[in-house]
Every structure is written in structure tokens, then in C-alpha cells.
Design a protein around this ligand. Structure first.
Ligand code: NAD
Ligand code: DAU
Length: 352
């Protein structure tokens, strides 16, 4: 079977990557989607059970840091484009151990760029879309929004590694003419997110009546976007975005952490038939995250105006569907939280 495009999507067994793979496989039967993932603690092929047998989908277990493995995948599948999501993604883990973030996020990205440049030498039209984060812009005070022109000011080992990878992507555009596109998105939530991140961690702890750890005073602000909307933004930028450009992605949806967790507690009290306030009584204020960024907020007017993209759901709708998914999929959580998941949290709190 011949395909119009043969797209390498890295990190496709993770949270956002699995949503993007599902979207691309279902919407574009004439594209061959090659999911490349190392299957770290955050990668889980069960996330893609529903599409794994499709004729236009294939999985390759490989490490983005390995030149040999990446070269082989490019050649075997005649890769025409790349959408790069594979990364170490959790800020707390980057504080515990920055080197893995340098290896995967910086060295891995440069290796992919180098292989793409070498394999596409003399060819036209190949796109390298790099998926990045709003955290590269640093931390906002109470006013203002991150724009595409905001100066980079990363403050955690995670965001420093992502900022570095963004710089390398632009360097390959300016130096070698690689056709790159970048997107910088705000906090995602939705199904299949590893329960170390705020929303799924809280949902899981509420279900099990475990403490709900709020860092510091809980007044830090994040700007939340439903993961399915992020996947549609990536698809839009990949097809319609201008080469060499960056697009901020977000839903103008700011919440303090404490307000969000209180809202979630109320919603889950209703769903679980508990009395109002029962889950909120589990909230515990704990030692703050080191260097905790105060506020993130995205100005997404460029992608809205130039590419006609906007989010499809309100936060309330997206959060309710997310809670419903976790309540129906306790087995998924039990699977991914086996292994060293609990050890990691025990060590983290002891070290602070
Ligand atoms: P995730 O941690 O859920 O998934 C990361 C995936 O990458 C996993 O499947 C893992 O196995 C894979 N991976 C890790 N190291 C690898 C390696 N060396 N080689 C191959 N595969 C490897 O992450 P996510 O939350 O889905 O984030 C995906 C991307 O989106 C990341 O680049 C992240 O920086 C970016 N991003 C995330 C958010 C968010 O809120 N989660 C927001 C904006 C941007
Ligand atoms: O902004 C985009 C980024 O969002 C992505 O690039 C990252 O990959 C993603 O992990 C996320 O980073 P955050 O650090 O903002 O997400 P996290 O879910 O870890 O934390 C959200 C907020 O909640 C943050 O202010 C810290 C706080 N928090 C988090 C946890 C896990 C708590 O108060 N308690 C917790 O237990």
C-alpha cells in the first residue's frame, strides 16, 4: 500500500502522543503513522489498544538518543515527516535528577534533528514539528500573557531542557534549512495522563481517600487545556503552520491550584455519592516545589487568527469527561502505578 505521508511520531505511547496518534490514524488513512517510543515509566501501549491493528499504524520500540536506531527507522519506513513529542515531562522528576532530562530532551532532540537533516538531504517538503511547552517562557506575575515573542526564561531543569531543544530546532532551521515548526502549549489534562501530574494524581487520591498534597499555599496558577484540543492544534500546525514559526497553544483558562482541587473535590463528591466537603477534607498543604513558577498564561491569538484553531470544550466539560474516564478505568491506573511509582513519591517528600 502506498501512503501520502509516512509520519514518525515520537513519544506516541505517552499521554499527549497517544491522543495525537489516535487522531492522525483515524483521520488520515492515507498517512502511515510510525509511533516510536522507548516505553519509559510514562509510556504505555495500552493507551492505543483501540487502534493498534489499523493498517496505517505501526509501533517501533526505540530510543531517540540512539543514532543507529533512528537512522534505521527513517530508512525502513521512508519517513517523510516528524512530529516530536518524546521527552521526560515531569518537573518534580527533573528537580530530583536533571541529567536524564538533558539526555532525552536535549541530546535526543538533536539526534533526531541530525538524522532528519541527513535522511532528507536534497528532498523537498519534509516537516519537523517540535512539540514544546509554555514553561520555556518562565514565570508570570499577576498580569500579562506569554506571547510567541516573549523572551525565553526557563527556571526548572525540565523547562531549561525544553528551551534548549527549542533553540536547537531553530538552529537547524537557520543553519541547514530544515523545515521546522514549533508549538508551545500550556498545561494539558485528560484521559491517559500518568498520575504523577496534578489532576490525575488528585483524582486517584480522592478515589482512595488519600491525602491531596498542595505545594506551598496553592496560589500558583496554571492555564489548562484538554489534551484532545492540544492534539487538534498539533494537527493544524503540522498541516497549515508556516515553516520556521512558533505557535502558542492554550485555552485562556487560568486556575489557582487550590481552586482547581476544591472544584475537583466537589465534582467527585457528587460522582462518588459522598457528602459535600468530604474529599476537600483530604487537602494537605506540603513543602513547596523548589523554584516553583508562579503563573503560566498563554496568548493563543496567533493560532486562532492565522490557523483558525480554537478549543472545542470548556474546562468544566473537559474535566467532567476526564473524571468519568478515570473512574471507569481504575485498572489502567493500577497498572501504571505498580512498579516504582510509590518509591518515587516517598523519596521526593523525604528529600524536601
Ligand atoms: P509523557 O511523559 O506522558 O510521555 C512521554 C513519552 O515519551 C512516553 O511515552 C515515553 O516512553 C517517551 N520517551 C521518553 N524518553 C524517550 C526516549 N529517549 N526515546 C523514545 N521515547 C521516549 O509526556 P506528555 O505529557 O505526553 O508530553 C509530551 C510532549 O509534550 C513533551 O515533549 C512535553 O514536553 C510536551 N508538553 C506537555 C504538556 C503537558 O501538560 N503534559 C504541555 C505542553 C507540552
Ligand atoms: O505548562 C506545561 C507543562 O505543564 C508541561 O510542559 C509539563 O510537561 C507538565 O508536567 C506541566 O507542568 P506543571 O509543573 O505545571 O504540572 P504539574 O501537574 O506537575 O503541576 C501543576 C501545578 O500543581 C504546579 O503548580 C504544581 C502543583 N502541584 C503538583 C502536584 C503533582 C501540587 O500542588 N501538588 C502536586 O502533588
Amino acid at each position: 500500500m502506498s501512503f501520502d505521508k509516512r509520519i514518525l511520531i515520537t513519544g506516541g505511547a505517552g499521554f499527549i502522543g497517544s491522543h495525537l496518534i489516535r487522531l492522525m490514524v483515524e483521520k488520515y488513512p492515507k498517512y502511515k503513522i510510525v509511533n516510536l517510543d522507548k516505553l519509559t515509566y510514562a509510556g504505555n501501549l495500552n493507551n492505543l489498544d483501540d487502534i493498534q491493528d489499523r493498517a496505517n499504524y505501526t509501533f517501533v520500540k526505540a530510543d531517540i538518543c540512539s543514532p543507529e536506531e533512528i537512522k534505521t527507522v527513517f530508512k525502513e519506513h521512508d519517513i517523510s515527516d516528524v512530529i516530536h513529542l518524546a521527552a521526560e515531562s515531569h518537573v518534580d522528576r527533573s528537580i530530583e535528577g536533571p541529567m536524564e532530562f538533558v539526555m532525552t530532551n536535549v541530546v535526543g532532540t538533536v539526534n533526531l534533528l541530525q538524522q532528519a537533516k541527513d535522511q532528507w538531504e536534497g528532498k523537498e517538503g519534509n516537516v519537523f514539528h517540535h512539540v514544546s511547552t509554555d514553561e520555556v517562557y518562565g514565570s508570570l506575575g499577576s498580569e500579562g500573557l506569554f506571547e510567541e515573542t516573549t523572551a525565553y526564561d526557563p527556571r526548572s531543569p525540565y523547562s531549561a531542557s525544553k528551551a534548549s531543544s527549542d533553540h536547537f530546532v531553530r538552529a537547524f532551521y537557520h543553519t541547514y534549512g530544515l523545515k521546522v515548526k514549533l508549538s508551545n502549549c500550556s498545561n494539558n489534562y485528560g484521559s491517559h495522563q500518568f498520575p504523577e501530574k496534578l489532576i490525575p494524581l488528585m483524582i486517584n487520591n480522592i478515589v482512595h481517600k488519600k491525602p491531596l498534597p498542595i505545594y506551598g499555599k496553592g496560589d500558583n496558577i496554571r492555564d489548562w487545556l484538554w489534551v484532545v484540543d492540544h492534539a487538534s492544534a498539533i494537527e493544524t500546525i503540522f498541516h497549515k503552520g508556516a515553516v520556521g514559526e512558533s505557535y502558542n497553544v492554550g485555552g485562556l483558562n487560568e486556575w489557582t491550584n487550590i481552586d482547581l482541587v476544591n472544584y475537583l473535590c466537589k465534582l467527585m463528591d457528587k460522582k462518588l455519592g459522598r457528602k459535600d466537603g468530604e474529599s476537600a477534607s483530604l487537602i494537605e498543604f506540603v513543602t513547596d516545589r523548589a523554584g516553583h513558577d508562579m503563573r503560566y498564561a498563554i496568548d493563543a491569538s496567533k493560532i486562532e487568527k492565522e490557523l483558525n484553531w480554537k478549543p472545542s470544550v470548556t474546562f468544566e466539560e473537559g474535566l467532567e469527561s476526564t473524571v468519568d474516564w478515570y473512574l471507569k478505568n481504575q485498572k489502567w491506573i493500577d497498572n501504571v502505578t505498580s512498579g516504582d511509582y510509590l518509591d518515587y513519591y516517598t523519596n521526593m517528600y523525604e528529600d524536601r
